[in-house]
Design a protein around this ligand. Structure first.
Ligand code: FAD
Length: 536
């Protein structure tokens, strides 16, 4: 029997909040000081070996569609592994699906953002229904009577997985169904029809090419009324207590996100209620998209953090060529580079979350412009970070028992859904053009106090933002990337140790984008990696 040597211990139990200096400081700074103890308790729960195992189990045993019962009745239900339900119960207890709406207070969106950042590191699939439920609330409020009926259930923290009419349940979750076979970015091509039923409700007929988390209690659905594309709430049960006509055709066989079900559905005269003004479906539902896009940025930053934590942990314990990997100069460069990317993403995501806690014009502009921008760049960087972190573990990183393959498979999804890369970049251009004070607000946000490390970059960006060329669609990705890099650099210069800010400014302003581990000489790499080390 061979000896097992030179293998690291598992990174468990550990507290992904208490051991993360960057996240904790950002959450406190952006207004969630009051949540420190609660986040630490959530981190302790999530970092237990048995909770970490739930993430593995929920992905190993993916959901299964049951179209019919044993007698042949159509039931359209999806069965999830118990691990999924346990993770959902933890998330709802922590209020990650609705706490800022149920208990509004300064820092509430930041506290929730930090909590979801923690959850995503253990399991990301459950995040899908949580993010959609969180994002649905402002949209539902366009219909006060419907909101009054649903919000008390949406605010419930007692997870109720039973497939029952919502009035019989302790809590409710909301999904969305917009994308159709012929178009997901251009929602104006939606063909699902909504016929007035004569009693104020509508009957929906059509198909949806993607409808994730189909066991949610209701869905925000886009459909065409005689007046135009409109937004509806479509529950899984009718008010009479019958199953609504939501037929789940099949579950998607996805690259990653395995624990979560994503379905194709058909409606044949399904009951639905109008939300907001008829024919204003896209503006009504777009409000939800801003929140789910924020969640994409948070979720992707979290995937990077988990990948980095695993990589640094491994390198601290594994030796090669008579040294710990972490002490090999080139590995130190790789880890420091990954740390910079992760810290910048985390800081920006939480700064952005603060804008959701504020209501002045500047905050509204930050929400509208920086949300799609952050989604673009943070989500784009995640596959590269998770891949490089996987390589730090060598061959073991390619094996399912490490969490790395799961992180890697999950990494692209936030970039694709809720506005793919091009769509969100074009959205940034549109927002800057339409909001008269956007350029001023961005100028203030990019104020670096005259810091020499980034002045040339921010000055040149400011000029591009003022010039008419900013509307050149072919250059939208470059402009949005540079906007995010500048925002990240300003945050790091203000709030991170000099070692981090120096290295970020020295490495990120030249276009870059190649392999990690290419930081130039003369930087304090050790200090950067130490800051990123998860302490058990
Ligand atoms: C795991 C998963 C879960 C999902 N869950 C849901 C859900 O619950 N509900 C839901 O409604 N949808 C869901 N979606 C669908 C998702 O939101 C869409 O796939 C996405 O919006 C893109 O739409 P599409 O697939 O039709 O691509 P298309 O719209 O065909 O776009 C294809 C590509 O073209 C680009 N493009 C489009 N227009 C332009 C342009 N003008 N200029 C330059 N480039 C352009 C896009 O950026 C994209 O890269 C999910 C998708 C995935 C992968």
């Amino acid at each position: 029997m061979f000896d097992v040597t030179n293998q690291p211990p598992p990174l468990e139990p550990y507290n992904p909040f208490a051991s993360d200096a960057v996240l904790r400081a950002a959450a406190m700074r952006e207004g969630a000081e009051w949540a420190d103890a609660g986040l630490s308790a959530l981190g302790a729960t999530l970092g237990k070996p048995e909770t970490i195992q739930l993430g593995f189990d929920a992905n190993k045993y993916p959901p299964v569609l049951r179209s019919f019962d044993r007698y042949g009745h159509r039931i359209d239900e999806v069965d999830f592994h118990p691990a999924w339900h346990e993770l959902m119960a933890i998330a709802l207890r922590a209020g990650l699906h609705s706490s800022p709406w149920a208990d509004p207070k300064p820092g509430a969106h930041v506290a929730r953002a930090a909590g979801t950042y923690l959850l995503n590191q253990v399991e990301s699939g459950v995040y899908c229904p949580l993010a959609m439920t969180y994002g649905s609330v402002p949209t539902l409020r366009h219909a006060p009577t419907i909101a009054a009926a649903w919000l008390p259930k949406i605010f419930g923290r007692d997870y109720d997985p039973r497939f029952r009419p919502v009035r019989d349940k302790s809590s409710a979750l909301i999904g969305m169904a917009m994308t159709e076979n012929q178009g997901g970015s251009d929602l104006r091509t939606n063909t699902t029809r909504a016929e007035p039923a004569g009693d104020g409700s509508f009957r929906l007929t059509g198909h949806k090419w993607f409808m994730s988390a189909p066991m949610c209690d209701a869905f925000l659905v886009l459909a065409q009324t005689p007046k135009g594309l409109s937004c509806f709430l479509m529950p899984r049960w009718t008010p009479d207590g019958e199953r609504n006509d939501v037929r789940i055709l099949r579950l998607k066989d996805k690259l990653g996100n395995k624990s979560n079900a994503s379905s194709e559905v058909e409606f044949e005269g399904g009951f639905a209620q109008l939300i907001g003004e008829e024919s204003r479906g896209i503006p009504t539902v777009i409000e939800m998209a801003n929140y789910t896009r924020l969640d994409c940025a948070i979720g992707s930053a979290a995937l990077m953090r988990q990948a980095l934590a695993q990589a640094v942990h491994h390198a601290r314990h594994r030796s090669a060529f008579q040294k710990k990997l972490i002490d090999q100069p080139l590995m130190e460069n790789v880890l420091a580079d990954l740390s910079l990317e992760t810290e910048a993403a985390t800081m920006l995501a939480l700064r952005l979350a603060r804008a959701y806690d504020e209501s002045d014009e500047a905050a509204q502009i930050i929400r509208r412009v920086v949300t799609p921008a952050a989604k673009f760049w943070i989500c784009k960087r995640t596959p590269a970070v998770t891949f490089e972190a996987m390589e730090v573990l060598g061959g073991s990183g390619y094996i399912e028992e490490s969490i790395m393959p799961r992180l890697y498979r999950e990494a692209p999804v936030n970039s694709i859904w809720e506005g793919s890369g091009n769509i969100v970049c074009l959205d940034v251009l549109r927002a800057i053009e339409r909001l008269p004070h956007a350029a001023d607000v961005l100028r203030r946000e990019l104020d670096d106090g005259g810091d020499a490390r980034l002045r040339a970059f921010t000055d040149s960006l400011q000029q591009r933002l003022q010039s008419s060329e900013r509307n050149d669609e072919s250059q939208a990705r470059a402009l949005v990337r540079d906007l995010v890099l500048a925002l990240q650099a300003v945050l790091l210069v203000k709030h991170a140790p000099a070692a981090v800010a120096d290295a970020f400014c020295a490495s990120r302003f030249g276009g870059g984008g190649g392999a990690f581990g290419t930081l130039p000489r003369g930087l304090e790499l050790r200090a950067i990696v130490q800051r990123a080390t998860p302490l058990t």
